[in-house]
Ligand binder design. Structure first.
Ligand code: NAI
Ligand code: NAD
Ligand code: ISE
Length: 344
């Protein structure tokens, strides 16, 4: 069976996902597209030679009979409406992060999905599919470094455009760490705090860059994330877990090592699209495969999207207050628990 996708939002990542579904992955086809910029949607059909209808909006695309799954790659504030429309129509959804821009919006999605009675939604937190993070999780789960005590991370972009705001360091950038770190250690967050270090001269006046975000989990693991989006030198993702018996680092991206002019060198990527290319492939392939084999997507859930939204809301508050802010999550509904969690 081929899973027929309708795509909402044909910008940067929309095009990337269309490309991978049509040319490198198995079992998917793009049959519908829409974008608030209709011309962008039309161009994508031509660019990729798609046999797809261009719809005027997300509602008409979701309603199209031949659409089995909706790929939401519009900008963040538009996600909630498209995801709710898809759930209402009983269609599968792969939604790019964030699931919704507020915790209330995510909760509405959680409630709609539970009312539907079956999981339909997967959120695009692709780092869980990255082989480096998978190896790190295995090291933690098999107690290679003992109990994790502290985690140090960096999320660095070479530069960002003028639309990038101080809040986006949390809502666009840190959200990946919020998701992957609680998955890595199997623990939820208790509190967060944000510190603004000395500003780089490379940031525009409206932007506080870099930022340090400190998070504490329920079991007391302290996490320190540097978000630095004008670091100049590249796109660099670092993660070091310090345990009772040792330290585990996220593997560096493989690169040719050169020896030249008395220098030992390795190149660093500059584009986020390349850094997690394999993970994007794997998350979408898993989405299609799990729907085919079990009838439900297997990846990050709406509840994971909700956890990220609650935590990022607390970080946004902490940016304003400078204080430690608590993160309050309700009990995880049984609907979202896996077999291991249910048998606990
Ligand atoms: P983009 O701005 O390049 O593309 C967004 C597209 O959505 C634009 O073409 C825009 O016209 C369209 N759009 C916006 N609102 C719409 C609506 N209501 N209905 C239909 N189309 C709409 O943005 P980009 O970089 O592709 O990001 C899209 C989403 O993907 C964001 O949520 C972003 O956070 C996420 N993203 C995720 C990444 C990841 O690593 N998982 C990487 C980059 C983006
Ligand atoms: P983009 O601006 O390039 O593309 C967004 C597209 O959505 C634009 O073409 C825009 O016209 C369209 N759009 C906006 N609102 C719409 C609406 N209501 N209906 C239909 N189309 C609409 O943005 P992008 O970089 O592709 O990011 C898109 C999403 O993907 C964001 O949520 C972003 O956070 C996420 N993203 C995730 C990753 C990741 O690593 N997982 C990377 C990049 C982007
Ligand atoms: C983008 O929105 C993402 O989600 C990427 O993964 C991130 O690292 C990048 O810096 C963002 O612009």
């Amino acid at each position: 069976m081929t899973l027929k996708f309708g795509v909402v939002g044909t910008g940067a990542i929309g095009k990337e996902h269309i490309k991978r579904i049509t040319s490198s992955l198995c079992g998917g086809e793009i049959v519908a597209v829409t974008d608030v910029n209709q011309l962008a949607a039309e161009q994508v059909v031509e660019q990729f030679g798609l046999n797809a209808v261009v719809y005027p909006d997300d509602k008409s695309l979701v309603a199209a009979e031949n659409v089995d799954a909706v790929l939401v790659t519009s900008w963040g504030p538009a996600h909630e409406q498209s995801v709710l429309a898809a759930i209402e129509a009983g269609k599968y959804v792969f939604c790019e992060k964030p699931l919704a821009t507020t915790a209330e919006g995510c909760m509405k999605i959680v409630e709609a999905e539970m009312k539907h009675g079956k999981r339909l939604v997967q959120v695009g937190f692709m780092r869980r599919y990255d082989s480096g993070y998978v190896q790190l999780k295995e090291a933690i789960d098999t107690h290679t470094i003992g109990e994790p005590l502290m985690i140090r991370c960096a999320h660095r972009n070479a530069k960002v455009d003028a639309n990038y705001t101080t809040e986006m360091a949390i809502s666009d950038t840190l959200v990946h760490e919020i998701d992957v770190l609680h998955w890595l250690v199997g623990d939820d967050y208790k509190s967060v705090q944000v510190v603004f270090p000395k500003r780089t001269k490379h940031a525009l006046d409206h932007l506080q860059d870099p930022q340090i975000i400190m998070m504490e989990t329920n079991s007391g693991i302290t996490i320190h994330v540097e978000v630095f989006v004008n670091c100049q030198y590249g796109y660099d993702i670092q993660c070091e877990v310090i345990g009772e018996e040792g330290v585990a680092n996220l593997p560096e991206v493989p690169s040719v090592i050169t020896r030249k002019n008395a220098t030992l060198g390795a190149s660093i990527l500059t584009d986020w699209k390349q850094r997690f290319m394999d993970a994007y492939d794997k998350e979408l392939q898993d989405f299609m495969d799990s729907i085919k084999t079990t009838g439900e997507p297997n990846g990050p859930t709406s509840w994971d999207g909700y956890i990220v939204a609650v935590t990022s809301d607390a970080c946004l508050k902490a940016q304003q207050t400078g204080n430690k802010e608590s993160v309050t999550l309700g009990e995880k509904p049984a609907f979202y628990k896996n077999e291991k969690e249910i048998s606990k």
